[in-house]
Every structure is written in C-alpha cells, then in structure tokens.
Design a binder for this molecule. Structure first.
Ligand code: SF4
Length: 566
C-alpha cells in the first residue's frame, strides 16, 4: 500500500491513509497543487491552523531512473500569500520511497510552544517525539545530534533558527547524498516558517532495511526506456557543462551578457566577473581540496554538485549553485568566492533561501545601510537575522519587507518573492515567467536561456514562457529538472511512463500533468485574492534602461495577461 501520513500538530496524532487511486498519476508539484486546492482555504493565514504543509516525492521516486528521487514541499506561502511548491534533491525522497511513503501532510497548530520531531522508524512506523531540547539549533549541529541519537542510516529534513522564528525567508534542508550535510534546500517561499508554525523541528527518516519494490506495469518496456533515458542524458553534449562544472558554469554565460544581476539589478555588466567565473570556481575547489562532480542523490550520474573547502582545506559548504553566486555575489558586488561560500554555509545553517537573502542584502546596500561589495558586512546582516534583532527580524521577512522598511524604491520582487539570477530586461522570456508564474518570481518555473529568440526582443517571449511553464511543472512532478533537460523527449518520457504506470502515453499527456497543475495553482491564487496586476514586474524594470544593453522590460501587459490561459 502506498501510504500518506497525516500529522495533526494540535492533537499529536498521526493517521495513515492509502494514496487515493485518483492521485496515482500525480507526484511532486502536481500532487501538492491537487491536495492544496482540495483541502486548503486559499484565504487562510499561511502560519495559521488552516494551512497544511505537504512533503511528497516525485512520480518516479522509488524507481532507478536517473535522478528520479525528488522531494517537493508545498503549502500556502507566508512570503507570497499564494500557493507554493519548492523541490530539492538529497536523500529524503529516496528514504521515503524505500518505505513506500508518498506524502506526509502536517495539519493544524499546536496549543503549546513545545517542539516535536517526526520520526519514521526502520519499519516505516511514524511517531511524534518531544524535541524542545533541539530548539535554537541550526541545521549542521542539529543533524550531528540527530545522527548521534538515531544512527547514521537516516535522512533528515529540518529547519534552523530562521524557520523557528517563522521568517518569510526560511527554507527546509535535507541531507546531501555525497557529503551527508544539510545542504539540499527546499528554499523558496518560506516553507520553513510553515513547519516552524507547527512546532516541528525535523523529520527523521530511518532507512528501511528493504526497499519497497516498485510495481512496474511492463518491466521490460520500463528497462528499455530507463536505459535509453540514461544514455541520452549522459551523452548529451549540450549539457556537458553541468556534468563538468555544475550550475556555476552559468556565471560565464550570464555575466558576459549582463543577464546576471549586478548591484541590485542595475542592468550593467559586472566589472569583477573574473573573480567569480567558472574558471575561478574550479581553481578554488582544486586549491582547497574540494570536489567537483558529486551526486546530490542516489542514482544520479549527472553529478552536478560539488563541495567547497576553505583555504586551509577544511570543508566549508557543498552544493554552491549559480543562483547563490549571482545573488549573494554579483548582485551585492561581492567579488570573492570564499565570502560567497561562507554566506552559503550560513544560509544552510540558519535555513535561509540564498536567493532571497542575496536580494535582501543588495537592497540594504542600495539604501546605504552597508557598502557595496562589503562581504563581511553582508555576513553581519545574516548574523542579525540569526540573532533576531529588530532589524534582523525585518530582514528575515524577505526583500520586500526590507525594501519597505528602508524606503528603497527599486525592490526586485514579484508577488513578494525575490527575482532570481537573471535581469528580466536582458532575458525577457524569463521576465515573463517571473511576472506570471503562480509561484512568484522563480527562474525554475520557466527559464528561457536556451530559447532561440533574441532575449532582448519582446516579441514572442510571452508565448515561449507560456509553453515552458507547464513543461517545467511536469518535470517538477516527475524528477530532477536537470535530468529532464538532459534527456526528456517524446521518444523517452512517454515510454518511461508506459513502462512504469501502464496505458498509452504521448508527450502531451505527460506535459498535461504540468499544465493541469499550473491551472490549479493559478485558480488557488485567484481565490486567494490575486489580480492580473499582480502578474507584473516591479515598475523600475520598465522605465530604467539597463546600461549594458539599453533595454527595458517592454513585454506588453496584454500579452502577460494571456500567459497560462490554456
Ligand atoms: S542532476 Fe544535479 S541536482 Fe539533479 S539529482 Fe543529479 S546531482 Fe542532484
């Protein structure tokens, strides 16, 4: 039986359900949108009793498809006030799938301030355990203590101090397969705060001694499709940068075109690009004895992750991604990978989203609160968030809150969520995605870097984004997006689905999983009170010419209103 556990934070009860048949062809983002639209009042307080926090695995989790084990987390977002799904790699989805657990749903609010953790035992049985002794711990120390108590054969999903303080900028972290550290983040939308509101510090999943055996509709067909998918993915020359360097390779592409944000989305070229380039990143990893080409989850041969050591060779952080370098580095004019790596580590410790954190710091720099490029001062702001000072608590609520408190006019957010590492004037299709995604500004909802259109020409960008968004939502429902982009096609994905789930599949049927999800998400947001004018970028992108290109964001609002109207 494929299980769902419902954890009531008030009653301290856990109910077990069988995954409903109508949910069988849903997973990750699509399952989250279904459960939320069925069960949560869109007008509820995100940190109140009416909101639910859903953890679930991707549709292909539990199979041995390349990079299949993805963990999605979703609920109504305290950052955007709309629906939110955020996904990550790591070990948690693998461990849940071994127990044949599809989802864990946290409901209601506790009546006391006591903290608990949810433990899934080796036998798959769940229990709530008092955990107030762990309150106030950040993720690395917490993980060490939990490993000391429950052994090393566990996965952990946890919040640090940011989630405990219910910051709008608070993430959930789970363990990296290669390093064992809490660096794989469900970062966006403040989902850590929702778990914090329910006073759950962590989920500990003990490893089932025996993996649940996935029931394939047609094992032979599946095996042939799995092998083909794997071969296409690891031989895809167009994605070799990902296998050889990881996402920091994008710095060279976006930096040389002024797509990478610089000085709070000024639209100019970063004049210190060499200090954060892919070459510099590789040489720093080599000099410190770190590693390139590590898998974040079992069964991934793409290996896009890495670990980063400090100058003395001591481990500092892992999974340092392009977005962190772009937002906490370039966007703050911080031109030092060691400092960016320290910021990344701090964000993993506290449980912060590095994208939201980098834009918040840049807004503080724009306000003159700290100087541009001052990495130590940037770290000081994160320490304020950790200490929970009056200003730190404002910063913890995210970029919009910081901008309002400081009277900054150029605040790069959509629906209250920070724009990620692409200036929308210089990559207009992604600007459309930022404006129109039900998730708030989020590059993963439809990044158009690979689109054949001129990124500076507004024509056709709305159509590209509208076409891409359901594709990404389908990917977010099945597997790691990088595996999808390495190998998904009408020749591979439908065969995989037919081998696993049976029936006849074509590519559009797979994409329709994403399309229906996006439509549900949009309906949720409309019911929550969102209007067409919420599907817009901040005004400064339309009136300020980007110095590097002379471009403004000039996609017609009527075209924006037409996106996602299927
Ligand atoms: S491609 Fe990268 S992010 Fe995706 S599963 Fe593999 S290592 Fe993780």
């Amino acid at each position: 039986m494929t299980k769902i556990y419902r954890v009531n934070a008030r009653m301290k009860t856990i109910a077990q359900e069988e995954l409903k048949e109508k949910y069988l062809l849903l997973g990750g983002r699509s399952l989250i949108s279904k459960v939320l639209t069925n069960e949560v009042d869109p007008t509820c307080d995100p940190l109140g009793a009416g909101n639910k926090l859903i953890f679930c695995t991707s549709l292909l989790a539990g199979t041995n498809v390349l990079a299949a084990h993805r963990l999605s987390v979703g609920g109504k977002s305290p950052l955007t006030g709309g629906i939110k799904e955020s996904n990550s790699g790591g070990t948690a989805a693998t461990y849940l799938a071994r127990h044949n657990i599809k989802a864990i749903i946290f409901e209601d609010l506790p009546e006391s301030d006591d903290w608990h953790l949810l433990r899934i035992g080796q036998d798959g049985k769940p229990e709530l355990i008092p955990a107030s002794e762990y309150a106030g711990l950040n993720n690395y120390v917490l993980v060490e203590k939990l490993k000391g108590r429950y052994g090393k054969a566990i996965s952990i999903i946890s919040i640090g101090k940011a989630g405990e303080m219910q910051y709008g900028n608070s993430a959930l972290h789970n363990l990296d397969f290669s390093t064992g550290y809490p660096v794989r983040a469900n970062a966006r939308g403040g989902m850590g705060a929702v778990l914090g509101s329910k006073k759950i510090k962590a989920i500990v999943i003990e490893r089932s001694p025996k993996a649940h055996e996935f029931q394939y509709a047609d094992k032979e067909r599946y095996e042939a499709a799995r092998k083909k998918f794997f071969d296409v993915a690891i031989n895809n020359e167009g994605m070799s940068w990902l296998r050889e360097i990881g996402t920091p390779a994008l710095v060279d592409v976006t930096g040389s075109t002024a797509i990478m944000p610089f000085r709070n989305f000024s639209g100019g070229f970063n004049d210190s690009l060499d200090s954060i380039s892919a070459e510099k990143f590789l040489s720093k990893i080599k000099a410190g004895g770190g590693k390139i080409g590590e898998p974040c989850q079992a069964g991934c041969a793409i290996h896009c992750s890495s670990s980063f050591n400090d100058d003395s060779g001591e481990y500092l952080t892992a999974g340092l991604e392009y977005e962190t370098i772009a937002l906490c580095g370039s966007n703050c004019a911080v031109a030092d990978l060691d400092i960016i790596a320290r910021i990344d580590r701090l964000c993993d410790e506290l449980g912060l989203d590095t994208i939201e954190t980098g834009t918040t710091i840049a807004v503080c720099m724009e306000a003159g609160k700290i100087p541009w490029g001052d990495g130590e001062a940037a770290i000081g702001l994160i320490k304020e968030m950790e200490a929970g000072t009056e200003f730190g608590r404002i910063l913890g609520q995210g970029t919009l809150a910081a901008g309002e408190a400081l009277g900054v006019k150029r605040v790069p957010v959509v629906k209250g969520q920070a724009i990620s590492g692409y200036d929308p004037r210089n990559l207009k299709g992604t600007g459309v995605t930022f404006a129109t995604s039900p998730m708030g500004a989020d590059h993963t909802a439809g990044l158009t870097l690979e689109a054949s259109l001129d990124p500076l020409d507004p024509a056709g960008q709305a159509d590209v984004s509208s076409m891409l968004q359901p594709v990404i939502a389908a990917a977010d429902s099945l597997m790691c997006m990088f595996a999808w982009f390495s190998a998904a096609s009408p020749e591979t994905i439908p065969e995989l689905m037919a081998g696993i789930y049976g029936g006849e599949w074509d590519f559009d049927k797979v994409i329709d999983i994403g399309r229906q999800s996006v439509l549900r998400e949009k309906a949720f947001n409309t019911a929550a009170g969102f209007k067409p004018e919420d599907d817009r970028l901040p005004k400064f992108f339309a009136v300020e010419k980007a110095p590097a290109t002379g471009a403004v964001f000039d996609v017609n609002p009527t075209e924006l209103d037409g996106v996602l109207n299927y």
